[in-house]
Design a protein around this ligand. Sequence first.
Ligand code: ZN
Length: 435
Amino acid sequence: VAKPIQITVALRALFSINNSPQARWGSESSHPVRDATVEIEGTGLSATTGSTGDAKLDVSTLVSGNYVLALTPHKNNLLRNSSEPVNVSDGNTTDTAGTCRYRPLKIRVSFKLSAGSVKLEVLGPQDGVTHGAAFFRMPATLLIDWKPDWVACKHKGPRPKKSAPTMVLVHRTEGSTAGSALDTFIPSPRSITSHYLVDVDGHIIKLVHEDLVANHAGESWWAGTAGLKNASVGIEIVNAGKPFTQQQHDATIRIIRDLMTRYPGITRHNVLGHGEVRVVTQDGAARNLRLVERAGCPGVLFEWKHLEAAGLSSKADPSLFAESQIDAEYGGYFKDKPDGRIHFLTTDGKLLNKQKQPYGVIASLQADLSALGYSINASNGVSVTGEYDDATQAAVDRFRRRYMPGAVPDNMRLYPIFDRATAIALKRVLLDRKQ
Ligand SMILES: [Zn+2]
């Protein structure tokens, strides 16, 4: 009888990136994958993970060579439809907060057996999957980072009248790991969460089914509608201030494409940044509809151009409106003053043309911003006042962040510059929204 040669396969949810085994969700031992089956394909050898996430296998009967480790979650932790690239149908409406679901994972390994011992080598995940990675650990231990595609988070129940979502809001987490976001979302006393979380490497984690309301919008207002959590799907992107990765932009595109297929009420014009809709938190009796908070969500580093190119966003399309056409707009203000800028608290009554008549430039600007959907007035969102007040400034700032990449340098403060270039971009987006 051969002496047993034991290997340990340690299954954890680490959310590692870049082939580094560093746990990005707690510690290396804090998120074990329990009750999963580890099988060495074609050998009849298999074991189940215990409460620590470890499975132990005796490989003394094997010969040296390459093998495939097939990992299968317990049936309660298996995705309903594990073939979907975006876990479309896997948002389970009944899982308790914190429940993780996985898709099966295969890892290729090499075993070199000699003199009663084994040398292990990781050859990598099979088929270039992104939802798992394997790392060699001494002695005879494989650490496997099995990334859940579904982590149930708290929600606010079904949408009003079982309505379908009509809007997408893009966010950034302001933390550097998916784990820190999950640790906020899962136990959240105020049920603050989102429907999706996109990690740095583009791995998508679904958190709340789209048929349920996730509390991700705060006090919010767009085009006459308040309380946008009821109408929207939230996508949180892991970002602490470095540039968003190409994989994150790609993953966001995949999610939105899929949402538009399933919910036809979501059009590219209803894909918005959180900062475009986030108004003052209600204090006292009066709700203040000025766009004041979350200017940096998702912030200036999010590259809307990728969504525009994919047909998933409004855009300032130069082919719709030539620069020279601005001369005929805004009462001819930019024809007379190509370098003109509107200053804080200026009113239309002070901006007069050669005939001493008001250009009406501020009222026109307010009407245009309002036609796009932005709140332009703290009291009701829509009243045109002809004054370049703080509510109007905030809407200009949000427009520039979204549609004029590079024009706004950071998320630290407002850059409410209304100039000729902004006016041209505004007219282009207005025309694009009619397409
Ligand atoms: Zn946000």
